[in-house]
Design a protein around this ligand. Structure first.
Ligand SMILES: [Zn+2]
Length: 130
């Protein structure tokens, strides 16, 4: 859909700004996912809230912020903008992660953390019903 195409960013300043089209698979939790999750925890840098949420084809929702994670570029750290579904995309939509994004992930610091269920599956049912 045209509405979503603006969310896709594969350039050097963004990471995993993709929009999967296939159903989610069972989670794949490997070193790259753990490194990505660790990078989220380390960054602590978020952009201000923006206008909306990313919603994955499988129903997983991000929050309404972008996140900055750092990758290694030469001897320096380089900031990439991503969203809260990045771990989810890697864990449950791995087949749709482009080669360009896999190459960026390989430059994440090697530190790892075990991802939370929220990071793996995304938020669900964010709007409370009464
Ligand atoms: Zn999904």
């Amino acid at each position: 859909m045209a509405e979503g195409e603006g969310m896709i960013r594969l350039d050097d300043d963004h990471l995993l700004m993709i929009e999967p089209t296939q159903p989610a698979t069972a989670p794949i939790i490997d070193s790259l996912v753990r490194r990505l999750y660790r990078a989220f925890g380390r960054a602590g840098v978020r952009t201000p809230p923006w206008k909306g949420w990313h919603t994955c084809v499988c129903g997983a929702c991000s929050d309404n912020r972008d996140y900055i994670v750092m990758i290694e570029k030469g001897n320096e750290l380089f900031p990439l903008k991503t969203n809260a579904l990045a771990v989810h995309y890697m864990a449950q939509h791995r087949a749709e992660v482009p080669e360009s994004e896999m190459m960026k992930l390989l430059r994440l610091p090697i530190d790892e953390s075990e991802p939370s269920p929220l990071a793996i599956y995304g938020a669900r049912y964010r709007i409370a019903t009464r």
